[in-house]
Write a protein that binds this ligand. Structure first.
Ligand SMILES: [Zn+2]
Ligand SMILES: [Zn+2]
Length: 141
């Protein structure tokens, strides 16, 4: 288990995530929502227990944006209200104790983590090369 620090673009929000060895990697998500929220082709994520993430600065000022996924359940996105960077997402379908962390926002994570899976491959753009095992939607649980 190691600790990884992250911060938003403006610096008003900072956080620290404790990640097990097998969580020190990126899951690429190609879904259409990630494309829109990031303005890019995929996002870098890891699924972790909520208790593993500590917002060390700016927690009371986080904004919350909720949308409804294919399941009809809410997905809550927590972001810096000043610069709009999304720190983490909570999918109701995953239960109250599990969150999706943006691994691309961890200082050491973006430099050192490797991709281990690609999800929502069905929405991947045709010119993107495969860099890890790709699933049509989610891996079978
Ligand atoms: Zn910010
Ligand atoms: Zn996505």
């Amino acid at each position: 288990m190691s600790s990884f620090k992250g911060h938003c673009h403006c610096g008003k929000t900072e956080w620290e995530a404790k990640l097990e060895q097998d969580q020190q990697s990126h899951i690429l998500c190609h879904c259409d929502t990630c494309k829109t929220l990031s303005g890019s082709t995929f996002t870098l994520n890891q699924i972790i227990p909520k208790s593993a993430l500590k917002i060390t600065k700016g927690e009371p000022d986080l904004g919350k944006y909720t949308y409804y996924g294919e399941s009809g359940k809410g997905v809550h996105c927590y972001f810096c209200k000043n610069c709009t960077v999304h720190v983490y997402h909570h999918q109701e379908i995953a239960g109250p104790d599990t969150i999706v962390l943006r691994t691309g926002l961890l200082d050491e994570g973006i430099k050192n983590f490797k991709p281990t899976a690609e999800i929502f491959g069905k929405a991947k753009l045709p010119w993107e090369k495969e860099v890890a095992q790709t699933f049509e939607t989610l891996p079978p649980s």
